[in-house]
Design a protein around this ligand. Structure first.
Ligand code: MG
Length: 354
């Protein structure tokens, strides 16, 4: 045996991959031995293969699937680094969805009774505007005693897509809300909305669809359903919090560190969606405690791409009623050029009238 060749046992010790794993990686062409003895079938590895074997071992420890490891190992170092970063961003995104689901279940199971017994309710307003340049309004906005929703349709069947999604949720406005069963009700509602959108888009399904961002009032809390790049904000004690993540290609590039938030604002494909309402992509679900004085805003990207958060906060802080807030926000979007349809729903959490 040549000096720089190692038996599978010695190679296994050096790279911390078991002989069984090495045999599997050989079969998968992930890490082929440099030489296989034609008589005995023994595998021999070269010392210079250790580096790759150790990378494989580390990537396994990271939980990367073997198919993906094979792709990463075939790349030059800089590209491999990018691929690992992208993989990890995906893992974190998926974990975040599961984390939110776990939090939702915990909240649902241990509903903390409100400290005071004041009954709360929503004051709300919704409005949708074509904007200054688009030929049609493909957005749909809705607000009722329990349901708040914004949907932004796209493609040739964008109008029926967004209205079908919201229409399919409207039963939530009057549905019985079984205590501790909000999650099942939302699941059912989202499934109904997904099917309604599919029926409404028909043959155009491939290049038409809709975002959906909705809040369901349970009497003391708000359940959030969100997919796409419409947004939900909370104004509490004068501070504005965005409570949704944009499901856009550009946002995923920011998460992977491949784009800065500043570059994203002028990216030519900044409105390209990563996810929309569809059977294969579950929406984000969250349950939020409501406080008297909270003001919620749902909006389509026609507002958030042209009106900065600071201006949104200022308008929400200075307008007395949801109705004046909604119109002030839409006016601000149109004054900024109104390049897209713009929809806003504003809801205040208030003490119920006796
Ligand atoms: Mg839009």
């Amino acid at each position: 045996m040549r000096e720089d060749m190692l038996t599978i046992g010695a190679f296994s010790k050096a790279c911390r991959l078991s002989p069984k794993a090495l045999r599997l990686y050989d079969e998968l062409a992930l890490l082929k031995p440099r030489r296989v003895d034609p008589d005995t079938g023994y595998r021999y590895y070269a010392v210079d293969q250790l580096e790759r074997a150790r990378l494989v071992a580390w990537l396994r420890r990271l939980g990367m699937p073997l198919v993906r490891i094979r792709q990463v190992c075939a790349l030059p170092a800089a590209d491999a680094a990018r691929a690992i970063r992208a993989y990890w961003a995906q893992v974190e995104a998926e974990t975040a969805v599961r984390r939110d689901l776990a939090a939702f279940l915990v909240d649902q199971l241990v509903a903390a009774p409100r400290k005071d017994t004041t009954m709360l309710e929503l004051r709300y307003a919704a409005h949708s505007d074509r904007g200054r340049t688009r030929p049609a309004n493909q957005d749909t906005a809705y607000a009722g005693t329990r349901l708040l929703a914004v949907a932004d349709g796209y493609g040739p069947a964008g109008v029926p897509a967004s209205s079908a999604a919201v229409e399919a949720l409207r039963f939530l406005d009057t549905a019985e809300l079984p205590a501790g069963d909000v999650l099942n009700l939302l699941e059912e509602a989202v499934q109904g909305a997904t099917e309604a959108v599919r029926d409404a888009t028909g043959d155009a399904e491939e290049d038409a669809g809709t975002t959906l961002t909705a809040l369901l009032w349970t009497g003391s809390r708000l359940a959030l359903v969100h997919i796409g790049d419409s947004r939900a904000y909370l104004l509490r004690d004068g501070a504005l919090f965005r409570i949704t993540d944009d499901h856009t290609v550009v946002q995923s590039l920011i998460d992977e560190g491949r784009l800065t938030p500043e570059e994203a604002t002028t990216h030519p494909q900044r409105s390209l969606l990563l996810k929309c309402l569809s059977p294969t992509t579950p929406p984000d679900l969250r349950l939020r405690d409501a406080e008297p004085g909270d003001r919620y805003l749902l909006c389509s990207d026609g507002l958030s791409t042209v009106v900065p958060d600071a201006r949104i906060r200022a308008l929400l802080t200075t307008t007395p009623s949801p109705d004046t807030a909604v119109h002030a926000l839409i006016d601000a979007a149109n004054e900024a050029g109104g390049p897209d349809n713009v929809s806003c729903v504003v809801a205040d959490v208030v003490e119920a009238a006796a």
